[in-house]
Design a protein around this ligand. Structure first.
Ligand SMILES: [Zn+2]
Length: 410
């Protein structure tokens, strides 16, 4: 299929201000981008979409996706666990909701089912079920257990060979990424955010085996020492990073071309201010460290931004107070809490997100040769990122050259 998007304000993901232009898509690729209207493209185009001066932008990337966290817009559930059959179906639905929200790619931060995301990714890639391009993960790993409660390496003697075997087995199951809880969290136990779960030699072995198996490493890292471990051993994405100290900050900066940080502020914000009806009173939120986490992020994230560290929106959506589908709200938090311009937040959600996926030359920008993951948006998100939160503003959603959403013919 060949599609010409004409009469658009093109936000190409690079940070360049939106320009009047046209974008030609053939098959699943963008084949031409012009910043002047040219009739030459019209001739061969099978279909012409007149954007009517609306914004044409790359699909967004969710950097901290939990497609199997149950709650989504329109279906909030005040639980995290479901019977496996229901849970898998809910997870598949959540993939569709994520795409409905304009997120054409998602990097998983952990799943509630061992193979949920592997199966889901393959169904999505096969075109059998709608959803974002997915970097699939599995149960999050902590030293003494996985999230299913299965005893893991580290309970009892912490045998380095067992770490290797665990990584190999997970890699063979087909995941793209494995998430370790390198630190605890106040929400797990009081004082948890300062607890480091692994030693340097353990993380070294984990990293070596992951590299060998070709899987990416992601981590929950709040304590400064856990951040340093992750950077030193080549983790791809570090979540939260609230207790980044000056040494950790310098390390992050020195390795900024190899790593990404995603604070996942959306969930903390909702937990602090919008959790009441789900039992998260102000006191509970405080005990879970949510307001403190936001405070700390407001100190460290602007500094990371200043130093050119790639910080990404992606907000841990899927809890009842921050359901999946609300993902674009993270961009507003970046603007309001961290001092990003709307354009900078948008670049982080597109171009930098593509780089996180490991496909910076294919995803996250509107350039010839890139995959045709595109949104047509009412309004100008490069100056007002909030327009992306209203799904009705996304008039067209194209993924891989195919329309997931478009206005029905009148
Ligand atoms: Zn998470």
């Amino acid at each position: 299929m060949t599609v010409l998007f004409k009469n658009a304000k093109v936000f190409d993901g690079s940070g360049r201000a939106p320009f009047d232009g046209e974008v030609l898509v053939s098959g699943n690729r963008i084949v031409a981008v012009s910043d002047t209207a040219s009739d030459s493209h019209d001739s061969g185009a099978v279909e012409v979409i007149d954007c009517g001066q609306r914004t044409l932008m790359p699909g967004m990337v969710e950097s901290h996706a939990h497609l199997s966290w149950p709650s989504s817009i329109g279906r909030v559930m005040n639980t995290m666990s479901l019977p496996p059959e229901e849970h898998l179906l809910v997870t598949a639905r959540n993939a569709r909701i994520t795409l409905d929200a304009g997120f054409t790619s998602a990097f998983s931060a952990g799943a509630h089912g061992r193979r949920f995301e592997i199966a889901l990714r393959d169904e999505i890639d096969g075109g059998w079920t709608p959803g974002p391009r997915l970097r699939a993960s599995t149960l999050e790993i902590a030293p003494s257990h996985d999230q299913a409660g299965t005893p893991g390496v580290g309970s009892g003697q912490r045998d380095l060979q067992a770490f290797r075997a665990q990584i190999r087995a997970i890699a063979e199951s087909g995941v793209d990424s494995i998430k370790f809880q390198l630190s605890g969290d106040e929400a797990f136990a009081a004082g948890g955010s300062q607890v480091v779960n692994y030693t340097d030699s353990e993380v070294a072995v984990i990293a070596e085996e992951a590299r060998r198996a070709g899987v990416m490493l992601a981590c929950h890292a709040q304590a400064a020492e856990s951040i340093k471990l992750a950077v030193t051993h080549g983790f791809r994405i570090l979540y939260h990073c609230i207790h980044t100290d000056s040494e950790a900050m310098d390390l992050l900066e020195a390795n900024k071309d190899q790593l990404f940080v995603a604070p996942a502020v959306g969930m903390l914000w909702a937990r602090t201010y919008e959790g009441e009806e789900f039992g998260i009173t102000a006191e509970v939120a405080r005990r879970m460290g949510a307001p403190l986490g936001i405070e700390r992020m407001q100190e460290v994230i602007p500094e990371m931004h200043k130093r050119g560290i790639r910080v990404l929106p992606g907000g841990d959506y899927g809890f009842p107070y921050c359901p999946i589908g609300r993902n674009a709200r993270d961009l507003e938090h970046f603007v309001n809490l961290f001092g990003y311009t709307p354009t900078e937040a948008l670049v982080a959600a597109t171009k930098l997100g593509g780089e996180l996926m490991g496909k910076g030359e294919l995803i996250g920008q509107i350039r010839p040769g890139y995959l045709a993951d595109l949104l047509v948006v009412n309004g100008d998100p490069a100056t007002n990122e909030r327009v992306l939160q209203e799904h009705h503003n996304l008039t067209h959603i194209m993924k891989d050259g195919a329309f997931h959403k478009r206005p029905s013919p009148t």
